[in-house]
Design a protein around this ligand. Structure first.
Ligand code: NAD
Length: 446
């Protein structure tokens, strides 16, 4: 990859783009309905960087800050088509109604549109999501045959939509905790595993494999391993498709990745960080089961360790207690409430506390993240990028990265990385925030 400032060749976003979604649930239906309301001009795309975010170009004195969507050639929301799979069958309208995120007005306005999206029969294995009982699943002799069926679904849908491009984003339930093993180490092992229906190959991996084989970029909105294993990252390079993950960064962790960098920036110490949540939607129900919770817990816990770097600051961060809890509490539905109690210490070791109480809406926070990921992954694909897209770390709780580096969790470093990546693609100067150009030269600069 050369670092010169020439614009990269990016194919134009001509025609339709189909968004394939395993998991027609709260997040995906809120996203689809939102896109429809936005393109009809009935709602604003609040929360979406691709739709309302700007990017500064050149010096501050140049006053050039175009909208991101005017700067990079993104697909238009008018050109998005939707398709997906679910274990409950029915349409996206049925799922949106059940999810209970959208109010009656928004549901009524989007009903005809959501009814057009029929959930296709899912690839499912009970041991991966113990709390849900499937109604409509694909039957096949082997996991490889399931791949073939998904690839057929993808091809048929693209033909029906008249799309030449697609993107897949996993919005299915959080799968049970598994660790990387030999079957995930190489494509040879993985494909053998598919043929033998190896139980260590999760349904989300089957979708991701099918997507990549069809040349579609893939992102993982949940914390399951899915494409974050050597076999899959190698396949992404081989197939020339961009991938990203894992676990949308939306609520409590979003706040954590803003607050923790502040503590580190000011060299304030940490004794403990207790995070708890109450959540009453189906995601909460699935996460109430220990195997799925473990997957989410690992994702949520990793953040502080990486941001605070205890190996560099042992006097501040080598001894803190970090706990994350998710409590399933049905009356709250999708309106999650989180509390954080943060025990910190300052000058001379004097203790202080920070309390955070976030009354959020899970799917309302996740939908714009999903929209941005779809559009940026499609841009990446048209720019000829493949493999892990670290510049999309901004959107994830456990950002995927090259094996030799640690993930970047600080939200504002992630944002700088993302915007510089866009400048890099478009041949604009990267912004270092050095600022010497605005002041008379000192002798040292001459
Ligand atoms: N909302 C957020 O803020 C947020 C943030 C980070 C991650 N997530 C993750 O996003 C995912 C979706 O969240 P949600 O609130 O929409 O959950 P949801 O339960 O409403 O939707 C998930 C859907 O996936 C379906 N499903 C499960 N296994 C499947 C399979 N193998 N194939 C096809 N469909 C399958 C379920 O039937 C369900 O309809 C969850 O994994 C969640 O942890 C959400």
């Amino acid at each position: 990859m050369s670092m010169n400032n020439s614009k990269k060749k990016i194919n134009k976003p001509n025609g339709q783009l189909t968004v394939f979604i395993p998991g027609i649930g709260a997040v995906s239906t809120t996203f689809m309905a939102g896109v429809e309301l936005i393109r009809k001009g009935l709602r604003q795309p609040v929360g979406s960087l691709t739709q309302i975010g700007t990017i500064r170009l050149g010096k501050r004195t140049e006053k050039r800050s175009p909208l991101i969507k005017d700067f990079v050639p993104l697909a238009d929301v008018d050109d998005l088509k939707f398709a997906g799979w679910d274990i409950f069958g029915g349409t996206a309208f049925d799922a949106a109604k059940k999810a209970g995120v959208l109010n009656d007005d928004d549901l009524a306005l989007t009903k005809p549109f959501l009814q057009e999206v029929d959930a296709m029969p899912a690839v499912f294995e009970q041991k991966y999501v113990k709390r849900l009982r499937p109604k409509v699943t694909k039957k096949a002799k082997s996991k490889m045959e399931l791949v073939e069926k998904l690839r057929e679904d993808i091809k048929t849908t693209m033909a029906k939509h008249g799309s030449s491009r697609g993107v897949m984003v996993w919005c299915g339930s959080t799968e049970t905790y598994i660790e990387e093993s030999d079957v995930h180490q190489s494509m040879k092992n993985f494909e053998k595993g598919l043929a033998k229906s190896d139980t260590r190959i999760a349904p989300s991996m089957i979708y991701a494999y099918a997507a990549m084989k069809e040349g579609l970029p893939f992102a993982n909105g949940a914390p399951n391993l899915t494409v974050d294993v050597p076999a899959m990252t190698a396949l992404a390079k081989e197939q020339g498709v961009p991938i990203a993950g894992k676990d949308f960064k939306t609520g409590q962790t979003l706040l954590k990745t803003v607050l923790a960098p502040m503590l580190k920036a000011r060299m304030l110490g940490l004794n403990g960080w207790f995070s708890t949540n109450i959540l009453g939607n189906q995601d909460g129900e699935v996460l109430d089961e220990p195997g799925s919770f473990k997957t989410k817990e690992v994702s949520k816990l990793s953040v502080l360790e990486h941001i605070l770097q205890p190996e560099l600051y042992p006097e501040l961060y080598s001894n803190y207690y970090h706990k994350v809890r998710i409590n399933y509490y049905p009356p709250r539905g999708d309106n999650k409430e989180s509390w954080d109690n943060i025990d910190i210490f300052g000058w001379l070791g004097y203790p202080m506390q920070i309390k955070v109480n976030f009354l959020c809406r899970d799917s309302i926070l996740a939908a714009p993240v999903l929209l941005d990921l779809v559009l940026f992954l499609d841009l990446a694909q048209r720019s000829g990028l493949s493999g892990i897209q670290e510049w999309l770390s901004f959107y994830f709780k456990s950002p995927m990265c090259a094996p030799e580096v640690y993930p970047e969790h600080d939200l504002f470093i992630q944002m700088t990385k993302l915007k510089n990546y866009l400048r890099y693609l478009m041949g604009e100067k990267l912004i270092t925030h050095l600022g010497v150009e605005y002041y008379p030269k000192d002798p040292v600069d001459k």
